[in-house]
Design a binder for this molecule. Sequence first.
Ligand code: FAD
Ligand code: SF4
Ligand code: SF4
Length: 397
Amino acid sequence: MAIKVILDKCKGCTKCVKSCPFTAITMENKKAVIGAACTGCGQCVDTCPFGAIEKADDGKEAADLSAYHGVWVFAEQRDGKLMQVARELLGEGRKLADAVGCELCAVLCGSEVDGIINDLFEFGADKVYYANAPELKQYTTDAYTKTIYEAITEYKPEIVLLGATHIGRDLGPCLAVRCNTGLTADCTKLEINPETKGIMQTRPAFGGNLMATIVCPNHRPQMSTVRPGVMEKAKREAGRRGEVIELHPTFAEGDIRTKVLEVVKSAKEMVSLTDAEVIVSGGMGLGKAEGFELLKKLADKFGGTIASSRAAVDAGWIDHAYQVGQTGTTVKPKIYFACGISGAIQHAAGMQNSGLIVAINTNENAPIFDIADIGIVGDLYKVIPAIIEEMDKVPQK
Ligand code: FAD
Ligand code: SF4
Ligand code: SF4
């Protein structure tokens, strides 16, 4: 739909200019002019007291929604290894597919990564769309977008899910723009509306202070990126098999505008908070960067890893790769120690689904105790050495 000003009716009152959330309206010769930034939200239509703005059909055909079927999951792989988030998406995708009454499919891109196909079936995919090409060995925006966009155009999935990883966050919006559809980024919950069979996508909004549920009623596919570590992983059903549909992408000169010369793994990639079974996390209560050495000693006792609050990252005590929370990593370890962390909503958003939460804090009113299974009121510099001392008394097997 396009937004139009009926010039004869416009009285030049400028109310619409103030009402536009996208600053898309300017005044020229005392008449409102809609600019290129207009998203078609319709706010100005209701604001104009003179009925001078209207929505007009811009001739674009509405998508034939009934032509779209199936839930697709982007099976992200790196170096031939399936990313954990793909397994989580298959777990969630299965629930959605069952609620809609359609099949669950995985889209796998890479070069000679056939070994992953059976894993995808065993994690619940009914079909695997497989694009095997040397150009897809390393992720590039152009190659992956072209391949998956062509597959979406041909096979018309109803729902497409991607992990909110660096790759998913790059690929998802490119696909959504090509497909002329919407994308909800960083979802933490997905449900099917039983009446419309459309997907309800929930994600934190306004700095995590409220949860927004977003729908995509008029366009297909409905697309979401989903935070790693939030959804339940699909259970493996050994020997389960399905249908492989080969995609045959072709790339002309200039289709791929970037060339990967070398892949350098940063410290960030080597920190695997999402896979850790025990996490010992520290915040401002540590008082200094060296405090993490004590946390490391406790983490080592469990074969776990350290992590942190954002405030500790902002203080320069530890790399952002270790940050847990809304703007960090979402984790679900078996045990999460929160040491000197107050438990702000943005931190809790990233760890509250942990199996057992142990909080150590000097302030008995700290909000972390509201979500902790075990709360220890005390100085972490006394409590943690005491825990380590007790653990040392247990004979090693
Ligand atoms: P503080 O709130 O300062 O808490 C320190 C705690 O240590 C206190 O409870 C204190 O009682 C206790 N303490 C002090 N000394 C000791 C001691 N010796 N022994 C034991 N306890 C002690 N935060 C995140 O963590 N992750 C995020 O992803 C994140 N994203 C954000 C996104 C947005 C948009 C915004 C606005 C904020 C975000 N934050 C995030 C910041 C968040 O709001 C908090 O500011 C932050 O989590 C506080 O960190 P903290 O608990 O380490 O520090
Ligand atoms: Fe014109 Fe209506 Fe905008 Fe006023 S609100 S400037 S009348 S279009
Ligand atoms: Fe602005 Fe929305 Fe009106 Fe477009 S439709 S001019 S974005 S208020």
